[in-house]
Design a binder for this molecule. Structure first.
Ligand SMILES: [Zn+2]
Length: 214
């Protein structure tokens, strides 16, 4: 099988996302760029992730053209490839409809701020207005909101999108963004919402960046 390594990593990641409750049914999709060739392994469209095999993971080029795989690539491929084209430092991308991230993207002025230190690695979490799923418009808006430094965005009435230098980093972003949304939601319900002070957040970001540079 071609591109077996990246297909297996994508399959393991989507199984983990299902086990962690970040993905339900066939919603959510995960992509990984090959280290040497400009190809991307991505979860297929509309197929249950239960019992999925590596050869079921689709292979596309950086423009989303379907090259290989038993099933056609995710309908949300444009969002993944737009970010991968714009950010050579990014290898892995994750999109989920995780419940609390979706809730926290609503309202007139949604802001997701870190509650605990590890969450600072993934802020600021910018907000993307609603646009049709699978469209080039949503892909462009997600890539624009991620920018040259972003790790995560929320998409209104849809979900979240995260990325990283490898699959572990992209999955950590998805996990911590959902944790940030869960803790924010419950803190607001309990009337004790108090995100980390901005100076603390900046200091943590500097510490994490220095640690990752080693
Ligand atoms: Zn979606």
């Amino acid at each position: 099988m071609k591109y077996e390594r990246i297909r297996k990593i994508v399959l393991e990641a989507i199984e983990q996302a299902v086990a962690d409750g970040l993905v339900h049914g066939t919603s959510g999709n995960i992509a990984l760029r090959d280290d040497e060739e400009d190809v991307v392994a991505i979860t297929p469209s509309g197929i249950s992730y239960v019992g999925m095999k590596p050869e079921d993971i689709a292979i596309v080029d950086l423009n989303g053209k379907w090259l290989d795989g038993n099933y056609k690539p995710s309908s949300e491929t444009p969002m993944h490839t737009a970010v991968l084209r714009a950010r050579p430092d990014i290898k892995a991308t994750v999109h989920t409809h995780a419940m609390f991230a979706t809730i926290m993207a609503m309202g007139d002025n949604p802001v997701l701020r870190p509650i605990t230190p590890p969450q600072c690695e993934f802020t600021p979490v910018r907000i993307v207005p609603f646009t049709m799923p699978g469209s080039d418009e949503v892909a462009d808006k997600v890539a624009e909101a991620i920018g040259q430094d972003g790790r995560a965005v929320l998409i209104k009435n849809h979900g979240m999108f995260t990325c990283g230098k490898d699959m572990k980093a992209a999955m950590a972003a998805a996990t911590y963004v959902e944790e940030m949304a869960v803790t924010t939601y419950y803190a607001k319900v309990a009337g004790v919402y108090e995100p980390m002070p901005e100076e603390g957040e900046a200091a943590m970001k500097a510490l994490i960046a220095a640690d990752q540079a080693v």
